[in-house]
Design a protein around this ligand. Sequence first.
Ligand code: GLC
Length: 751
Amino acid sequence: MKFTVPLAMVFGVLIAGCSNDSTKKDNRVDQLLSQMTLEEKVGQLNQYAVGPELTGPGEKTGQTKIRYDQLMSGQVGSVLNVLGAKNGREMQQQVVENTRLGIPLVFGYDVIHGYKTIFPIPLGESSSWDLGLMEATARVAAVETSAAGVQWTFAPMMDVGRDPRWGRVMEGAGEDTYLGAEIAKARVKGFQGGDLSSTNTIAACAKHFAGYGFSESGKDYNNVYIGQHMLLNTVIPPFKASAEVGVATFMNSFNDIDGIPSTANPYLLRDLLKGDWKYDGMVVSDWNSVGELIPHGVARSKYEAARMAINAGSDMDMEGAAFVENLKQLVEKGEVSMNVLDDAVRRVLTLKQRLGLLDDPYKYFDEAREAEQMMKKEHLDLARDAARKSIVLLKNEGNLLPLKANRIAVIGPLAKDKDTPIGNWRAAAEPNSAVSLFEGLTEGMPDVNFSYAEGCKLSIGPNNFVNELQIENSDRSGFAEAIRVARGAEVVIMNLGEPAYMSGEARSRSDIGLPGLQLELLKEIYKVNKNIVLVMMNGRPLTIEWEAENIPAIVEAWHLGSMAGHAIADVLSGRYNPSGKLTMSFPRSVGQIPVYYNHKMSGRPSTGPNMVFYTHHMDVDRGPRYPFGYGLSYSTFSYSPVVLSDSVKANGKSITAKVTVTNNSAVDGEEVVQLYIRDVVGSITRPVMELKGFQKTMISAGESKEFTFEITDELLSFYRLDFSFGTEPGDFEVFVGSSSANLQSARFTLK
Ligand code: GLC
């Protein structure tokens, strides 16, 4: 029988000897470190997925004996995908009671947009531009997650993305750096709350560090070619902002940047993150991204991969078994210093200490609390509110919306689908647990006569994370019934889109139109009834040229989560006035990609009609179909000219931009007033404009409201030619408006 001194006893002694002083408390980590063998130190840096859910390539993990033996011999520091207070407690007990020092595990899981109560996919939720809301949904996700025995989520994903072919845009906050940083901070604060050791908060994870959103051609896991200025000015700010609000962990990314894989990039991890930013949290690899240094072609073996990754600053090896198999030898041979190893172990132990696990390894495993916390009414109410606010009204010709008709046909493969709205990265959601659109409509508008037809099928194969999707491309047998139903209706709601697993990880598309037979079905319905409201449920911007040209009303409803149907009905009925604004441009064609609002001028910007020698595609209208920041309301808003407090701004002083917005309609409505700034001449080329502020406010019918934005040096600063951060004197343009394409402007000079 192996003699073990359970951690509580070890720390019982230590605690008795420690004051309440937090600095002395930190010594506990160092004290523990000083007792650990080399093997035990290495074990803390090893993370395995245990349990039924695979979130990456590999055999069913958790069943292999070697992993179990490592778990029981202190060679595993963390597990992921272990769910449930009971399961977690049992595993924790085995580890704490069977290992020499009884160091507890930390349990991780991908809680991307909710645990059991599912909120809109992050790209959808970002369209709410409501930071308080996004903090609140992360808060609820943390309450449910921590009750289920998980202390660490691998979220928020904060990769700026400009390529909707990339399936993972659904996980992020769209194409803008400033908004992405604001949303990242809100979500980190929501997950972590004010006290990481509280049993209803969880550690967050800034991912994927860095550059993943620029995978070439939108193919997942692909190579990234961006320069240092773009890395620092476009990609890095959300991560830096997260570090500044105390995000507990980082996760590095699969991709390389110009030849250097992020998992083994000392500039990113040592110089920037742990050096310049003095980050004291822990960096976990992505799924086997240490081992993938071999296929990347920069390491010949797991031995070399382990050395490169830990020396570059990756602290924990997820699912790679590269650290656990090689670090002991690497240290003994002097290829990895004991200081580097100890620093990594200290960061892991500090995370466990911050979570309160070193005080009480079992504090998160309370089955009673788990039973009472899931899908509480207030959680579902918040999910409905978040869903409503995430909906973007793209078109409303003739004010077809809100609905006024009494005979309405609801047609499409998603209309009664209770699973697709949950989206990808659905954590522990019950299958088919969403409110479908048809349910939401019939419950929310009981006086209306709704008819229904599926029209066509969409996903006919496995609709899950691991298997390839199969889309229906030939069975038109449902068309006739759909056409019959459409003929008999005043208005037709067409509910079309993408299956849940057509976006998300490993779900890149080369054609981003409505998949399968859906557009064909829509055109057939259009032939018999032109009063169509297209409700789209999708995980990425789609190319919808024919739809945008012909369909009178278009509603972007993303994958809205548990309460999708009620939220959409709230908007279609007029109970809620839509307020969402796109955070990612909708291209007119795949050929336009990447198309985004904050592009550079180039040396040949268009200077007017009848000019051919300028940067454009000959065969498509300029600019996206729907731009960043765009979204309609049932209200109509008008903007006064922008008034600056001064036309000259001295460094160190701020000026203000004021605008008055009037709601000219009879409907109260929320407006997202957006501030953009352009640095006209810089030491490097600068974007035509950049979002630098926004205010979302309710403006009552007929009311005018004044909005003031303060313009500070911080807003004008960027990484300059020499990579120093700061401002440059010269002319600036200020834009204020309802989207990146509808703005009032003014100019000032920075002295
Ligand atoms: C996946 C994803 C990452 C996730 C991790 C654990 O491959 O890239 O975002 O957190 O593995 O599931």
